[in-house]
Design a protein around this ligand. Structure first.
Ligand code: PXL
Length: 285
């Protein structure tokens, strides 16, 4: 028998999100990000999407009670050190998630940090969220969130503010913080005035912190938001505070975008392969 010398349980993180049959975003991206960030990934699937690199051609939602059951059955046995949300699809699914989170102590009032990435559409503009569900984000999810991570398109949908410069990015952070999350991260990836940098802005209600990173000229950024939120949740699960978890996630995402690759005729994905390059060549026979 081989003596077992390793096998310490890593922090446990759950993604509540949709699948992407093309493998670039959603649950598929989140699980790769969790592996790269050194945590154990769990899953509550909200929807199955039929998609490739070009478009989302169909969405099949999971019954809300099945989404809630996935969360509760994992939380009460395996336990969770952080949770993140991605594509949630409908108001009924969001309400079921909120009920489950409250029952097992995820989000404000509970012990488990809760990262809410308000996914509304794919890169190609296909809807991933019912229009009437934006209100459920504002009134039910944000007040429970540890960190929310909107991009600028999502900012426009959520608070009706068009962000074209840094000043408006600060204004958006203030307005979103008023909806109740502990921290707001307004991601600057879509900010046209920044040519060489991409500045994400974190606000805790008092202090603003800018996280600048290089801007790469690539259209292969499918799954970048999912990876960012997953890395933040991983950092929180490891015991980092929100500011340190965001710095950790930003360092991770810069490499993921740097190593992004083309796939299909549309937008390729960001990569996690840089995090463990070529290990399969290093195994001794
Ligand atoms: O990147 C946002 C996102 C999240 N979840 C799913 C997606 C996408 C973007 O296409 O398909 C399932």
């Amino acid at each position: 028998m081989v003596e077992r010398t390793i096998g310490t349980t890593p922090p446990r993180v759950m993604t509540i999100a949709g699948t992407d049959s093309g493998g670039g975003a959603g649950v598929t991206a989140d699980l790769r990000a969790f592996a790269a960030c050194g945590v154990h990934g769990c899953v509550a699937v909200t929807a199955v999407t039929v998609q490739n690199s070009v478009s989302v051609s169909a969405v099949h939602t999971i019954p809300p009670e099945t989404v809630a059951a996935q969360i509760e059955t994992v939380a009460t046995d395996i336990g969770l050190d952080a949770v993140k949300t991605g594509m949630l699809a409908t108001t009924a699914i969001i309400e079921a998630i909120v009920g489950a989170c409250d029952r097992v102590g995820i989000g404000s009032g509970g012990r488990t940090p809760f990262v809410v990435d308000p996914v509304a559409a794919s890169m190609g503009g296909d809807p991933l969220l019912a229009d009437d569900a934006l209100d459920a984000y504002r009134t039910q999810l944000f007040p429970r969130a540890t960190v929310i991570t909107p991009n600028l398109d999502e900012v426009r949908l959520l608070i009706g503010l068009d962000v074209h410069d840094r000043k408006a990015q600060y204004e958006a952070a203030r307005a979103l913080h008023a909806l109740g999350p502990k921290y707001v991260l307004v991601k600057g990836g879509h900010l046209k005035e920044d040519v060489d940098v991409c500045v994400d802005l974190l606000f805790d209600g008092e202090t603003f912190t800018e996280f600048p990173g290089p801007r790469f000229s690539t259209g292969n950024t499918h799954g970048s938001g999912d990876n960012m939120a997953s890395a933040i949740a991983s950092g929180l699960a490891k015991g980092l505070d929100a500011r340190a978890a965001t710095a950790f996630a930003k360092a991770y995402l810069v490499q993921a975008v740097r190593w992004s690759y083309p796939l299909g005729a549309g937008h390729g994905p960001v990569s996690t392969q840089w995090a463990m390059p070529g290990w399969w060549n290093k195994i001794e026979s």
